[in-house]
Design a protein around this ligand. Structure first.
Ligand SMILES: NC(=O)c1ccc[n+]([C@@H]2O[C@H](COP(=O)([O-])OP(=O)(O)OC[C@H]3O[C@@H](n4cnc5c(N)ncnc54)[C@H](O)[C@@H]3O)[C@@H](O)[C@H]2O)c1
Length: 277
């Protein structure tokens, strides 16, 4: 019997086959949880942004996990809209049951640039997806967890960029730093209810989002993409890029009983790049 048998998990931003969200959904399903996979499904129209998953992609991901023998559900939802989030949570409750595990993974950094020159819309959008989205989904899920009285576990996707400044990614850094503080405050507020809240701070995980950021860097600095990739790897003590599965394994641990004494933490997953923060 899987460790998460009988639990229901909701993972946002889980539509991309190569993304962190789907890897997390897979690990939770392998651990026996019923999993709701949700994603914006390609409405984030930003010129030059990388290709986001469609609803068909999301359904395909849910089907893949159903083959593991657990109930799954694909729900198109925009984490920046309270209405959309409320509809999403309602469907999960109706079709899978009360939510025990929430993973706020949806994120992104449309139109990065120097802070003084950044488009106001891109600034707002970046904060909305990464920070506001985490707030809205938590707001929709947590009251049910409290009311049920059976505890729960929440993992918020932060980033190394929430601890260490990264030029031209100011809005993203600010949003992820705020996600870490959101996690800590919420961990204190929810500890009396047995609900644990932790954040994960990855860096250089080989996903469409990360590869797109290298492409931008290569363009701005006039370098070859392969050179940027090699430089990134050369800065990682473990000398390889992270895999979405690396992040997913940590999330699987955090939401399990094995981490029952951990809350309010912002855990680095950086191949050794970040040690003292
Ligand atoms: N790849 C890395 O190295 C890295 C490092 C640190 C943090 N992260 C974080 O990990 C998370 C997953 O990133 P990824 O690298 O797998 O990229 P990804 O693009 O594969 O995943 C992000 C997903 O979020 C979805 N999304 C965007 N806006 C949304 C919205 N408004 N509502 C619902 N879904 C929305 C996208 O459609 C996409 O499927 C993000 O929060 C990202 O900031 C990634």
């Amino acid at each position: 019997m899987g460790e998460l048998q009988g639990k229901v998990a909701l993972v946002t931003g889980a539509g991309s086959k190569e993304g962190i969200g789907f890897a997390i959904a897979r690990v939770l399903a392998e651990m026996g949880a019923a999993v709701a996979l949700t994603d914006l499904c390609r409405d984030l129209e930003t010129p030059g942004y990388y290709s986001l998953p469609t609803y068909q992609d999301l359904e395909e991901r849910a089907r893949e996990l159903r083959a593991l023998g657990v109930p799954t559900l694909a729900v198109k939802a925009d984490v920046t809209s309270m209405e959309s989030v409320a509809d999403m949570v309602k469907r999960v409750l109706e079709e899978l049951g009360p939510i025990d595990i929430l993973v706020n993974n949806a994120g992104g950094a449309p139109s990065p640039g120097p802070l003084h020159a950044m488009d106001e819309g891109a600034w707002r959008k970046t904060l909305e997806i990464n920070l506001h989205g985490t707030f809205l989904v938590s707001k929709a899920v947590v009251p049910g967890m409290i009311e049920r009285g059976k505890g729960g576990s929440i993992v918020n996707m932060a980033s190394k960029a929430g601890k260490v400044p990264r030029p031209f990614a100011g809005a993203y850094c600010v949003a992820k730093a705020a996600v870490i503080m959101f996690t800590r405050v919420q961990a204190l507020e929810l500890a009396p209810y047995g609900i644990r809240v932790n954040a994960v701070c990855p860096a250089q995980i080989d996903t469409p989002l990360e590869r797109w950021s290298w492409e931008l860097e290569a363009k701005v600095l006039g370098k070859e993409l392969e050179q940027v990739r090699r430089e990134k790897i050369s800065q990682i003590p473990l000398a390889r890029l992270g895999r979405p599965r690396d992040v997913a394994e940590l999330v699987g641990f955090l939401v399990s009983e094995r981490a029952s004494y951990m809350t309010g933490q912002a855990i680095n997953l950086t191949g050794g790049q970040l040690m003292i923060l």
